[in-house]
Design a protein around this ligand. Structure first.
Ligand code: DAH
Length: 348
């Protein structure tokens, strides 16, 4: 026979234990707690109520009252916790937490090299250039001979160029053959920009890729001189890199231009100090393109009268410009399609 005082003590302890457990329960453990304390068969409180008959009759009402109070108190706590959980929890089960902020997948973006090409096309577009394109598979005539480059020139060597199995077709090694195709099909005045992929038998390392983008420019008209070349390219550099940009032309050689030049830019940045004063900081000279006056032999090969027309051409590597712009040190990262790299250049 249980002693009334022991039961009262047990009831108190049960209440305290139950209220503490209920306060932190989740929906599932809440049901277990209801069964453990109040369940008709296994519940501890119900068992005490059932056992009242075995008590000293004088003690029964006191213990019965205490048991009913504890039962009510635990039931109230269970209901209150269930209500609180229902309000906090807007999840339909199995569908995740709808109250969390949305997580959208990266939908893709334009490639950093494409962004440079588009920007260059827009910029030269404002100076009157339209866009031209040519095939990636060329004949050696378009890729070399029409560009005043004999087939025994080092550039035409099998070590440098990817030939197709037929021996006369090749993957173009530069975008310059587009010059020839445009000259063959259009009457001057010509002002075009031709972006596209080019291919070379190059190693795959931090500074070389066997396939990369180039951007070719061509201007042909009556009376075009080296002054037009310098003014156009300097204007381009200032619009692209900022008004303080300096431009330098170094003598060079390309078979399809005469004279030829390498074009370098030096960026000058204005830095505002915390005290409001400004100072300028000069960068290094960066080589950005090859250029020159179109060789008369190129005009003649394409059927253009070189006595009447002159022109200039230039070619640059948008990947190199993108690398300079974003301080990218390894060209391979532009071609590996790693989303962690590409997603830094903006959303779609
Ligand atoms: N085709 C040259 C190359 O791939 C680049 C180039 C240089 C293009 C001078 C030109 C030019 O149009 O005038 O290295």
């Amino acid at each position: 026979m249980s002693d009334a005082a022991t039961l009262e003590g047990e009831l108190e302890a049960l209440e305290a234990q139950a209220l503490e457990a209920v306060a932190t329960a989740d929906s599932e453990s809440l049901e277990e707690l209801r069964v453990r304390y109040l369940g008709r068969k296994e519940g501890r409180v119900s068992a005490i109520l059932r056992g009242l008959g075995g008590l000293d009759p004088a003690a029964r009402p006191r213990v019965g009252q205490a048991a009913n109070r504890v039962k009510g108190s635990i039931a109230k706590a269970l209901d209150a916790r269930a209500q609180a959980l229902a309000e906090a929890d807007v999840r339909p089960s199995g569908h995740g937490d709808l109250s969390l902020p949305g997580r959208s997948g990266w939908r893709g973006a334009r490639h950093p090299v494409t962004l440079v090409i588009d920007e260059l096309c827009t910029l030269f577009g404002e100076m009157g250039f339209s866009r031209a394109r040519g095939p990636e598979i060329e004949t050696d005539w378009y890729n070399f001979e029409a560009l005043n480059t004999p087939l025994d020139h080092p550039a035409a060597d099998e070590q440098d160029t990817l030939y197709l199995a037929d021996g006369t077709h090749l993957l173009r090694s530069h975008t310059s053959p587009v010059q020839v195709r445009v000259l063959q099909t259009h009457e001057p005045p010509i002002r075009v920009l031709a972006p596209g992929m080019v291919f070379r038998r190059d190693t795959w390392d931090a500074t070389h890729a066997p396939a990369f983008a180039q951007l070719e420019g061509l201007v042909v008209d009556e009376g075009v001189t080296f002054v037009d070349l310098k003014a156009t390219l300097a204007e381009f550099a200032r619009r692209f890199w900022g008004p303080g940009t300096e431009v330098r032309f170094r003598p060079s050689f390309f078979p399809f231009t005469e004279p030829s030049a390498e074009v370098d830019v030096k960026r000058v940045r204005t830095i505002r100090e915390p005290d409001g004063s400004t100072r300028t900081e000069e960068g290094d000279w960066l080589e950005i393109m090859g250029a020159g006056m179109v060789d008369p032999a190129v005009l003649e090969a394409a059927g253009i009268d070189s006595e009447r027309y002159t022109g200039f051409a230039f070619g640059m590597g948008p990947a190199r410009i993108a690398m300079l712009r974003h301080a990218i040190t390894d060209i391979r990262s532009l071609y590996e399609n790693d989303i962690r790299f590409l997603s830094q250049f903006g959303p779609s």
